[in-house]
Ligand binder design. Structure first.
Ligand SMILES: [Zn+2]
Ligand SMILES: [Zn+2]
Length: 259
């Protein structure tokens, strides 16, 4: 992957491998720009994220690595932040980083992508779950707090698909993303999950392309071996839709590279 902005570290308690190992893996796979965006702290569901008191240490480690590898690869610093109204913290939102990824992993406190809470899927109408998910993405975009939309259609993770057409359900979210100036990531984690395809689907990516919404690429690696996996698949997918450049951020400023 030329640009790969969504990667984790063991600080979130569910990823493995040293920062050096992730970077070595990226270099081996000819990545030009590699970003860490570990799960930011929040006073909610603390076991899947770093603690507030670990932020400075995390940032220092990434910045040290940026210096160490500067002749081989560009390292960027970010956070993946859960969009949860009233739970997001200024210490994260105002952190001195290259970018923030905004992700929806929770609908009214329900961690819908967590296999521990699979039972909840049967308690609600499937179309309503999907619509609520995209409405929450729309709400997130409207806050203009973030640079990148994490895994835009993560709601398909277990392949519980809606009965209605998806693109119309996502339309308002896409318009809000366009208006907010955010970037969509092409995230390969879906290939590792039941749904076995990228986030977002080709259909939604076409919808984004029509609105001229920029894209970036994301391994969403939780292990060094996952860095740049499925690179060919998402590069082809992006090209097939018409994309020729991908975005990245330095100090919250959007820049582009041709791919
Ligand atoms: Zn994670
Ligand atoms: Zn995520």
């Amino acid at each position: 992957m030329l640009v790969d902005l969504h990667n984790h570290t063991p600080l979130c308690n569910h990823a493995q491998g040293t920062i050096d190992a992730y970077i070595e893996s990226a270099i081996k796979n000819n990545t030009n720009i590699f970003g860490f965006s570990d799960h930011a702290p929040m006073n909610f569901d603390p076991k899947y994220r770093m603690k507030f008191e670990e932020m400075l240490g995390y940032e220092k480690k990434i910045l040290d690595a940026k210096k160490k590898y500067k002749n081989k690869i560009t390292i960027l610093l970010g956070y993946e932040v859960d969009y949860l109204p009233n739970k997001m913290d200024r210490r994260v939102l105002d952190a001195d980083v290259d970018y923030l990824i905004g992700s929806v992993h929770f609908l009214e406190g329900w961690g819908f992508d967590n296999p521990e809470f699979l039972g909840k899927w049967k308690e609600q109408n499937i179309d309503e779950i999907w619509q609520k998910y995209f409405d929450t993405i729309e709400e997130m975009a409207n806050t203009k707090l973030f640079d990148i939309v994490g895994h835009f259609d993560l709601i398909k993770v277990f392949k519980f698909m809606p009965t209605k057409e998806i693109l119309p359900m996502a339309k308002k979210a896409l318009l809000a993303i366009k208006k907010s100036g955010m970037v969509l990531e092409l995230n390969v984690a879906g290939y590792r999950k039941d749904v076995k395809e990228a986030y977002p689907s080709k259909e939604l990516l076409e919808g984004a392309y029509k609105l001229d919404i920029p894209i970036t690429f994301a391994s969403d690696a939780h292990k060094p071996e996952q860095v740049a996996l499925f690179n060919d698949e998402i590069t082809k997918l992006a090209r097939s839709v018409g994309y020729t450049k991908c975005a990245y951020f330095e100090k919250r400023e959007m820049k582009f590279l041709n791919f």
